[in-house]
Design a binder for this molecule. Sequence first.
Ligand code: GLU
Length: 486
Amino acid sequence: MSVQLRAPNAQGDAARVRFAPSPTGFFHVGSARTALYNWLVARQGGGTFLLRIEDSDADRGNAAWVQGILDALQWLGLDWDEGPVFQSERTARYAEAASGLASAGYAYWCQCTREEIDARAKAAGRPPGYDGYCRERGLDRGPGRILRFATPKTGETVVSDRIRGTVSFANADIEDFVLLRSNGSPLFLLCNAVDDADQGITEVIRGEDHLSNTPKYQLLWAALGAGRLPSFAHLPMLVNERRQKLSKRRDPVALEDYRQKGFLPEAMVNYLALLGWGPEDGNEVLSLEELVARFSIERVNHSPAYFDTKKLSHFNGVWIRSQPVERFAEVARPFLEAEPWFATGFDEEAFARIAPLVQSRVSVLGEIPGMVSFLFVDRVDYEAASWAKLQADPVGKEVLLAAAEVFGAEDFLADHKWIPEELERAARQMAEQLGLSLRKAQAPIRLALTGRSVGPPLFESIAILGRERSLARIAGALEQLAIPHG
Ligand code: GLU
């Protein structure tokens, strides 16, 4: 007889981990963290990262959600070594495992309806739940019958969790859970345990919401005769600023939304890694590669992790600033292309000049178009509040009149003069003459040229916008303010 053994490597058995999402909706940031932690564990020890799509519940599964999972993992840079394995393609295997459990006496057929179960619980004054009514009836498989697992009624099942320590569950409290529905389709617990067994999973790393499933999983595992149990690590739940569990309805949890707003995958994985774990040296800005080197599942905290979108934005800003400007231009591109002016007024060279100034000032890529659009449109729309302020501000109007004169001076006709340093020098002089700080003098000019009150450095912006357009915009603003000029 030949016995198959997994080949041990130098560090002992390499980990076989899996990410096992159910394709029931948008890919959640919590799922992304689970995927990341599994991937890190696999990459740390020459292990295997398997992707399994838990779509046994076929009506809820949806091809678009599956594609969303694959795209998200690819975007994050979490490549898988095996799979995707689809549970919907393994129905025969679950049926076979279920039959084995039934014939070995670990499971029994039950024909109680939900109403009967509830009525008995109510009459006996028990909390709702199955009472084992069919357990000793010896029913055969038949129409309308479901298969239940016969949980032991005494003793306890102890889960040894790498994050939460030892958690004990009294067997008497574990319901005879369902393995097969009356139509023969398998349920989550059966598929989950059978797959982990068949796929040789050595470490289960998943959300805390699954902790209560784990004693059932362990009982099933033993009944399946599946051999050495995997280790378990249940990751802390993610909460919002009010310490409420992140919810699809209330909180921004779809990874895709972050991608669309302009978060970089580097920032996303970096921030996700910190949701429950932190590096010993406190240096929190870490690439995937550095995370592989530093991450430790044993050091994951069990208390809820606050998903702080402000901190995520901060990380994103850090990551954006650390990119070579060519990469910045590349990741900015789709955001520029989505603008109405892209087809008509975009100018590659002007963008290349402004890009480094913008790169240091945005925390999400979605902010880029607003900062650069003044270069690519024929006329700017003024921010309403700033415009109203200018209308009521005689000093601001005076600045604009002076700016029209100063920047319109012959001096600036030569191209080599229309440069940030010269423009700033002239503006400084003008501000002095008006008895204003340079900052105060910049505001109305910025508004006239860009329509906004904040943006990239003003004199660089004027230089890139060019003499003709800059003067035309100042003139246009004066006209709208009904100030005679020129
Ligand atoms: N399919 C389960 C979920 O999406 C995960 C099960 C597991 O990781 O064991 O929550």
